[in-house]
Design a protein around this ligand. Structure first.
Ligand code: SAM
Length: 219
């Protein structure tokens, strides 16, 4: 049994994605797994998202709100909405969020309830590999739909270790979705969804990020 089975236990999650349902356990796992660098990585992701003062930001698959809160600090007078299919993980997000410009709602990446062009920035971290492949494409179309023209996208994804031993350990611990994460498909999927100005990079220890924008006039 992988660690995943200890964290996911919702028999009716409302999505074919793999939900996190034990928020406190997930945060302990995240702290250990990132070797104390989780805060630094998420602050950097918030910067890379291009979010700025006054922006309206959507964090999809927000889990316990770790990135959501960092985004809230960056947008200051703006607002951040975190969505996740797991009502249980959102309970923890709400309980650990002091930022008043941050709210949470149940939602799924493949069918967002937000209206068209309603966000300046859409972000997600460690979420896409929780979706079956066919839902990843739908999720990216939804991200494009809810972004305003010129709005910005940030994806942070798990970057598996390059060596076999490390990868076997990841697979034993968390399962194949992380160990076999097809990062090479990320940028083509983002381009296919209609995004332009695509950039990417790595953050130590585990993250590949992709940034892009929705074609349009307003930057
Ligand atoms: C590994 S956690 C990442 C949480 C948070 N973004 C972070 O970086 O700590 C993946 C999250 O994706 C959520 N998830 C699963 N299926 C989803 C879906 N269809 N739409 C949106 N989020 C989903 C899970 O419930 C979980 O909270």
């Amino acid at each position: 049994m992988g660690l995943g089975h200890l964290l996911h236990n919702n028999p009716d999650p409302g999505t074919d994605g793999l939900t996190i349902d034990h928020g406190a356990g997930y945060d302990v796992f995240g702290a250990v797994f990132f070797g104390g660098r989780r805060g630094r990585v998420c602050r950097r992701l918030a910067e890379l998202s291009g979010a700025r003062d006054g922006d309206h930001v959507l964090d999809i698959g927000c889990g316990t709100g770790y990135l959501t809160r960092r985004l809230a600090a960056v947008v200051d007078t703006g607002t951040v909405v975190g969505v996740d299919p797991s009502a249980k993980v959102l309970e923890r997000a709400r309980a650990t969020t002091k930022e008043t410009n941050c709210t949470y709602a149940v939602g799924v990446a493949e069918s967002l309830s937000a209206t068209d062009e309603s966000f300046d920035v859409v972000a997600n971290c460690l979420m896409l590999h929780h979706l079956p492949e066919e839902l990843r494409t739908r999720a990216l179309s939804e991200m494009w739909r809810v972004l305003r023209p010129g709005g910005r996208l940030l994806i942070g994804e798990f970057r598996p270790p390059a060596n076999h031993l490390g990868n076997h350990l990841i697979e034993a611990l968390t399962g194949p979705a992380m160990a076999d994460n097809p990062l090479h498909l990320l940028e083509p999927m983002v381009a296919d969804a209609g995004f332009v100005g695509i950039g990417s990079g790595d953050l130590h220890p585990w993250i590949r990020y992709v940034t892009a924008s929705k074609s349009g006039v307003v930057a």
